[in-house]
Design a binder for this molecule. Structure first.
Ligand code: DC
Length: 217
C-alpha cells in the first residue's frame, strides 16, 4: 500500500494555475488511458456556489464548512459553476483549511480502486503525494488570460482582456499564497509549459511523458 493509503490502479496528478489547459489535458489523458477523471476545482466551485446561494460570505469559515459538509454529487453537475463570481468564491473557500480537509477523503476515494486522473492545485503535493505521475501544467499569464477571454467570448460573456488578466492574477496570487496546500509544483512533478502549444500538441507531449514513465515502471 502506498503512503496515501492507496492499493489500486495508477494515479496521475495534474496541477497548475487557472486556464493553463490542465482540465482539457486531464480529460483527454483519462479517456486515452481508460481511467476515471476528476476535476477537483469543481468541488471548490460547488462549495462556493452553495455559500453564495445561501446568501453567505465565501471567506467565512463557518459558512463554507457548512456547505462543504452538505455537498452532494448533484452540486457538481450544476451549470453555473464557471461564472465569474464563482471563480472568486471558489478561491476564497479553497483557502479555508477545514474545507480542504473535508474534501480530501472524497478525492482519495475517487481513485480507488481503478486509479484516476485528477486535476487541481494540490493533487501532487497533498492529495496524492505518492501519485504514479505528476504533471505541473502552466503557461504565461498573458496566454492564460487570452484563453480565458476567448472562452468567455465564445459563451457570449462580455469582458475586457485587462479585467480577465487582473482577475486571473488575483486568483493565482490567492491560490499560491494561502497557508494550506498552496499552488506549487511538487518536487517530483514534470513541468509542461503550454504557452506555445495548442491543445493537441500539449496532449501529444503529455502522452509521450506518460508512455515513457509507465514503460520504465
Ligand atoms: O481549477 P479551477 O479554476 O476550477 O479551481 C477553482 C478554485 O479552486 C481555484 O481558485 C483553486 C481552487 N482549487 C484548489 O484550491 N485546489 C484544487 N485541488 C482545485 C482547485
Amino acid at each position: 500500500m502506498k503512503g496515501d493509503g492507496r492499493r489500486g490502479g495508477p494515479v496521475i496528478a495534474i496541477d497548475g494555475p487557472a486556464a493553463a489547459g490542465k482540465g482539457t489535458l486531464a480529460r483527454r489523458l483519462a479517456a486515452a488511458l481508460d481511467l476515471p477523471h476528476l476535476d477537483t476545482g469543481l468541488l471548490y466551485r460547488a462549495v462556493g456556489r452553495r455559500v453564495l446561494d445561501a446568501g453567505g460570505d465565501p471567506a467565512d469559515p463557518a459558512a463554507a464548512v457548512r456547505e462543504a459538509e452538505a455537498l452532494t454529487p448533484a452540486d457538481l453537475a450544476r451549470l453555473n459553476l464557471r461564472a465569474a463570481e464563482v471563480d472568486r468564491a471558489a478561491s476564497l473557500v479553497a483557502a479555508i483549511p477545514a474545507v480542504r480537509a473535508r474534501l480530501l477523503a472524497f478525492q482519495r476515494c475517487f481513485a480507488d480502486p481503478r486509479g484516476a486522473v485528477l486535476d487541481g492545485r494540490d493533487i501532487g503535493t497533498v492529495v496524492f503525494p505518492d501519485a504514479d505521475l505528476k504533471l505541473f501544467v502552466t503557461a504565461s499569464d498573458e496566454e492564460r488570460a487570452r484563453r480565458r477571454w476567448r472562452e468567455l467570448e465564445g459563451r457570449g460573456v462580455a469582458a475586457s482582456f485587462e479585467t480577465v488578466l487582473a482577475d486571473l492574477r488575483a486568483r493565482d496570487a490567492r491560490d499560491a499564497s494561502r497557508d494550506v496546500a498552496p499552488l506549487r509544483p511538487a518536487d517530483d512533478a514534470i513541468v509542461l509549459d503550454t504557452t506555445d502549444l495548442d491543445p493537441d500538441a500539449a496532449f501529444a507531449r503529455a502522452l509521450d511523458i506518460v508512455r515513457e514513465k509507465f514503460a520504465r515502471a
